[in-house]
Design a protein around this ligand. Structure first.
Ligand code: CA
Length: 250
């Protein structure tokens, strides 16, 4: 389990950029944060690659999380053939990957994610969804699984630039009507963490997949944790700190 000293250090370091005010919302990524869906995406990518003779390691897809399908396919093509894939081929290969994903079982809720969302609600803050996904099957489940906590949503359909561009998280702040220093972001992918950090938000990176230790700190996270259970605890520490400060100033 993580200890609270990393929070104090991280807030001190963040204060070089902004003074973190009492948070008013927490911006959550979806795949790999609210749902344990990344292994299914990685497996679907690997199956598509095997079918087409493209060499790939299942784990490498965690590093591409947040990218568009075409961008991922071009990485694979450039490595193997020394050139990218044209648009039609990208569409075809991405459609194959999507079919493999759809045929898989429904992804489970990420352990600890409900506790993290409940902690946000209990502290009187809002939850905001910031995902590159546009999969209705998973988006529709949010209502059922997270008790309507995510009425404010930024999906892949709302932005011009996906992660790692800061636009998705900036849009989330905008929809919530708050500034970067009044929020906390939670993402599991280096590109997602980069997007949130570049939007100026205090960012918790959660290593729910097989990324090397430190990969999310390197991507710009203020804090790196190993599970959503740890994230739930960290959020409670943040909220309690601000409650105490509010009491202190009364
Ligand atoms: Ca993610």
């Amino acid at each position: 389990m993580t200890d609270k000293s990393i929070l104090d250090k991280a807030i001190k370091k963040y204060s070089a950029r902004h003074v973190l005010e009492r948070p008013q919302a927490v911006l959550f990524d979806m795949d790999g944060i609210l749902y344990d869906s990344m292994p299914l995406h990685a497996r679907a990518w690997k199956r598509m690659c095997d079918l087409n003779g493209i060499q790939a390691d299942e784990n490498e897809f965690y590093g591409y999380e947040g990218r568009t399908g075409a961008s991922t396919i071009n990485i694979l093509f450039n490595r193997q053939y020394g050139h990218g894939a044209d648009d039609d081929l990208c569409k075809l290969l991405y459609a194959q990957k999507s079919e493999f994903f759809k045929a898989m079982p429904e992804p489970a809720m990420m352990p600890g994610a409900k506790a993290a969302v409940d902690a946000v609600i209990a502290a009187g803050l809002r939850c905001v969804l910031v995902t590159g996904s546009a999969q209705h099957s998973v988006l529709d489940r949010l209502e059922r699984d997270y008790s309507g906590a995510f009425s404010i949503r930024v999906t892949g359909l709302d932005v011009k630039h996906g992660k790692p561009h800061p636009e998705p998280f900036l849009k989330g702040l905008d929809k919530a009507g708050i500034k970067a220093w009044q929020a906390v972001a939670v993402d599991n992918a280096p590109l997602g963490v980069r997007s949130a950090a570049d939007a100026g938000i205090f960012t918790i990176g959660v290593r729910t997949g097989p990324l090397p230790k430190g990969a999310l700190l390197e991507a710009g996270a203020d804090i790196e944790l190993d599970s959503m259970d740890e994230c739930a605890q960290m959020l409670k520490w943040i909220f309690n700190d601000y409650e105490r400060k509010a009491d202190f100033h009364k």
